[in-house]
Design a protein around this ligand. Structure first.
Ligand SMILES: Nc1nc(=O)c2c([nH]1)NC[C@@H]1CN(c3ccc(C(=O)N[C@@H](CCC(=O)O)C(=O)O)cc3)C=[N+]21
Ligand SMILES: [Mg+2]
Length: 313
């Protein structure tokens, strides 16, 4: 069987186009959506992600603002800034880039964001609303996976789905979304005794562990749909050679840049699938598009405008 590549970049572009239209219609009504991203410290990966969030916002006409704070910013200072942003009527979406420095209590910060401005969907109110199937701001990466499935014509209702990874950011909300969509869902994690026994049953297998090459072909059912949420940067050539034996394209990419991005699936496992999301260019590409979508959705919710006019909620 030859597997279909699920093109995250193309799907993200389609969503961004829709969001751009929604931004223009809000702007015409005098309500330009605003997104503020808060970055504490100077982690190089975080800086890249944050810049690309700000750039995408600008492209779509969202008024974005980046607040960068020193690594030694206190929790109290950060809470003060969030309070100002909560009260600022020009701010529809607030995103505090993670990870935060160790001296800051991440949960306390996430809970200080107004749930109506919580475009990451990490506030307990949004987590709870998602769990009971009420309208909410949904975490961007799992929401992006649902869009990939839907826009690729892959049915979820009644299917056997396995989620590997139980993080609050991906695994838990992803399994909730699949469950709410009518799937049978098993959630596996580091303590799972026989991972393969579960993954081999999956018609849709979603993996978000951060372990490059964790899922090998023997763990994949023939014809399964594979969704790779892992983003791992390899910066040793021997690791690339081990995980991608004979893959000239990956090695060439490594030799050009000194590192490559790889997912949690060993590439040979794609050969058994009916469809899969590549890394890069799969699910990761959706994360920012969904952030843009959530910003528009937040802008509408806060003004009591209907959200069912959006392409999806
Ligand atoms: N509060 C918070 N919210 C987040 O949503 C958040 C965060 N903190 N911290 C870091 C992670 C990571 N993240 C990504 C954004 C874009 C790509 C992305 O565009 N990936 C592309 C390109 C990757 C590349 O080439 O570097 C791809 O996978 O194809 C990936 C990952 C958002 N995060
Ligand atoms: Mg996870």
């Amino acid at each position: 069987m030859s597997a279909r590549v699920l093109d995250g970049v193309a799907i993200a572009a389609e969503i961004k186009e829709e969001v751009g239209r929604e931004v223009r219609s809000l702007a015409e009504a005098g309500a330009v959506p605003g997104l503020t991203v808060v970055l504490v410290g100077s982690d190089p990966a975080s800086e890249i992600y944050v810049r690309s969030k700000v750039k995408s916002s600008a492209e779509l006409g969202i008024a974005s603002n980046l607040i960068t704070l020193g690594v030694d910013t206190s929790q109290a200072e950060l809470l003060g800034i969030l309070q100002q942003l909560n009260e600022d009527d020009a701010v529809d979406g607030i995103l505090v880039q993670l990870p935060l420095p160790r001296h800051i209590d991440t949960r306390a910060i996430l809970e200080a964001v107004d749930p109506l401005k919580d475009v990451d969907g990490f506030h307990p109110v949004n987590v709870g609303r998602l769990t009971i199937g009420q309208e909410s701001l949904v975490p961007c990466t799992p929401a992006g996976v649902m869009q990939v499935l839907q826009r690729s014509g892959i049915a979820v209702r009644g299917r056997d789905c396995v989620m590997v990874g139980r993080s609050d950011i991906v695994g838990k909300p992803m399994s909730t979304l699949l469950l709410n969509a009518g799937a049978t869902v098993a959630v596996c994690h580091k303590e799972t005794r026989d991972l393969r026994e579960y993954t081999r049953r999956a018609e849709i297998l979603v993996v978000a562990t951060g372990v490059p090459g964790l899922i090998t072909p023997d763990m994949v059912a023939e014809g399964a749909v594979l969704i790779d949420v892992g983003i791992n940067r390899l910066d040793r050539r021997e690791d690339v050679e081990r995980l991608f034996p004979g893959n000239a394209a990956k090695l060439a990419a490594f030799d050009k840049r000194g590192s490559v991005l790889v997912g949690d699936f060993a590439p040979q496992s794609y050969l058994r699938s009916s469809a899969y999301t590549p890394v890069p260019g799969g699910v990761g590409a959706l994360t920012i598009a969904m952030l843009m979508h959530n910003t528009v959705k937040a802008a509408r919710m806060r003004r009591s405008l209907p959200t069912d006019v959006l392409e999806f909620a």
